[in-house]
Design a protein around this ligand. Structure first.
Ligand SMILES: [Zn+2]
Length: 390
């Protein structure tokens, strides 16, 4: 819509329409003096991005892994050499909660600078009861200082930590009997995630974790088919909000996804950063009727970016999504993937006042000018934030 206006009050969208109609709105007439007008000057205004898959609770970037990968090491070779997820463990276990929270908050400001107003944030680099709780507490404390919205996820089942090597079932027991109940009791997360993959947890172990999570009233999601195909049928029985990655999804799984309410969340930033030739089959998923969301997968090992516009660009150039499909995938479909579609992901009366203003005049430019910083201003829950996070 051109020459549009969005009227917001008390953190909610009141109306969306033409400027001339907004000016006739009786509420505006009555409250003219109290009104703050942001003139967008004909620029593109979108609902704030909903980044439905991120891992922000870590202490340091993984630059050694970065160089090893450039030299030719694979994901699994890096993991076997003590790099990968396990190398972030020491950092998180050794960090104080305040330090971790500072890192998360720093990341949240970068997300906002790129137009993201809702962020899903996973734990998963602590992998002990204490360190997972600390990670989720750090996320909660950072979220409290950020105007946007954070949905927290327990990813205690990211990989088996080194001290449980060869005793994966014992570790799953710790996740099921201690982590999930404590996280649920303390309201530290709204969903539970599991990495169901050859290098992480088996299908049976994953199903057990999802069942316990559901029994504690938590939503579930899973990392699947990233390195090899994961069978989705039994996982889908737990009605996950999303199944994420899906590089090796097959036609049968696509049919199952299309017939479910589960969102297929694709994270092409990881493929880009790992230097992979293949990307998740977005076209097959969309044409097959699955709901596709796009997310950054912000994490220190495989996708160190908080820039949703760049992810949208990858979706268009590498996965042949149209710019319009990519924007929907990064907004409303991301909101569905978080169970927040009633509040987030579109500019509609009654929804939260989350808006991102881009310094372009056509929405297609957001995916076109790849790697650029186009977001000029963000409004999260009615609160204006400038791209510097101030
Ligand atoms: Zn992930």
């Amino acid at each position: 819509m051109t020459d549009a206006a969005v009227l917001c009050n008390a953190g909610k969208i009141i109306s969306v329409g033409k400027t001339r109609d907004a000016l006739k709105d009786p509420w505006i007439k009555k409250n003219k003096r109290r009104l703050t007008e942001i003139d967008c000057g004909g620029r593109v205004v979108l609902p704030g991005f909903v980044d439905s898959h991120t891992h922000p609770a870590f202490a340091a970037p993984r630059l050694v892994d970065f160089e090893k990968r450039i030299a030719g090491a694979t994901y699994e070779e890096i993991a076997e050499a003590g790099g990968g997820i396990r190398s972030s463990l020491a950092g998180v276990r050794g960090a104080g909660k305040a330090q971790l929270s500072k890192e998360v908050l720093k990341a949240l400001h970068i997300f906002a600078a790129h137009g993201t107003t809702t962020v899903e944030a996973k734990s998963g680099y602590g992998l002990s009861l204490a360190a997972e709780l600390k990670s989720l507490e750090a996320i909660r404390s950072a979220a409290g200082e950020w105007p946007g919205t954070v949905a927290s996820t327990l990813l205690g089942a990211h990989v088996v930590p080194p001290e449980s090597h060869g005793r994966a079932d014992d570790y799953v027991k710790l996740v099921c009997e201690e982590m999930i109940p404590q996280v649920a009791k303390r309201g530290l997360a709204t969903s539970v995630d599991v990495f169901c993959e050859r290098a992480a947890f088996t299908e049976d172990q994953s199903l057990k974790i999802l069942a316990v999570a559901r029994s504690h009233g938590l939503s579930v999601r899973a990392h699947v088919s990233q390195l090899t195909r994961t069978s989705l049928k039994r996982l889908l029985a737990f009605q996950p909000l999303s199944l994420d990655h899906l590089d090796f999804v097959d036609d049968n799984d696509i049919r199952l996804l299309a017939n479910s309410n589960t969102v297929a969340t694709l994270v092409p930033g990881a493929n880009y950063f790992l230097g992979l030739q293949e990307y998740p089959p977005a076209r097959k998923l969309i044409d097959g009727g699955a709901a596709v969301a796009l997310a950054t997968d912000y994490n220190p090992g495989t996708s160190p970016t908080a820039n949703m516009s760049f992810v949208l660009s990858l979706a268009c150039t590498q996965m042949k999504m149209t710019p319009a499909e990519a924007i929907s995938a990064g907004t409303i479909n991301g909101a569905w993937a978080l169970g927040l579609a009633d509040r987030k992901g579109s500019l509609e009366p009654g929804k939260d006042a989350d808006l991102a203003i881009f310094d372009v005049t056509d929405y297609r430019e957001i995916a076109y000018w790849f790697g650029s910083h186009l977001c000029k201003q963000v409004i999260a829950n009615g609160v204006p934030i400038t791209p510097t996070g101030k």
